[in-house]
Design a protein. Sequence first.
Length: 276
Amino acid sequence: MALQHLSTRINLTAMLGAIIGDIVGSRFEFSKQTTSDFELFTPDCNFTDDTICTVAIADAILHNQPYGETLHAWCRRYPTPMGGYGDKFSLWVESENPQPYGSSGNGSAMRVSPIGWLFDDYHDVLREAEKSAVVSHNHPDGINGAQCVATLIYWLRTCRITKDEIESAVRHNFGYHLTSLRDIYKIGSEGHFDGLCNETVPYAISCFMESQSFEDAIRTAVAAGGDTDTKAAICGSIAESYYEIPEKMVEKAYSYLPDEMLDVITLFHEKIQNGL
């Protein structure tokens, strides 16, 4: 994929991969979804905490504000999203003085994608991913998951890695061993909820690795069951750095979002278009 082509594409769709994955996966959370043959967008879909937190991280970067304060403010603005917040994160949101609580959950990885787009140095990506994670998810596994997702986005969008090199790269740099899609589907069909970074992140990467297009990546992640919105959000955030997102999916996703989120997305794209 040529860099010139990639540069044009990211101006239009960057950060939307996570949001689309979240919206499409939202109605299947906690289900044993085992087929990829489903309608992508329905009235039962909505954005969840994954989108709220992703937009918050983008907003913090765009306005040079602390990750924790911005994330807290956005979550306070949307106290009851579809599917709710995790129990411990809910307490973090409700607190007047929120502190990190040692989480290794997948929340750090599902919100990190803006960092993979807005920083153009590998070490900056690692540092900022850690900073965005530790405000709540300060367990080493929570930090590692965020750094892995942000780094993959950075590597793929800048053509520093090929798809075929991903499996060895994530194993060498982040210690993840990718599970086969067959095993992931079996785990999902048994009703297991993959709420930890050490599960969801490599599962999402495997779903991307097996995909042939952006839409296929989202369908594959949702069909795996478990934490469908977060797995699809992480998979989508990686997939959008490699594939084109169909315009119809972009337009449909926009229709679910409030104006203040659309404003942040617009600023985000302008930032990329005008140079980082």
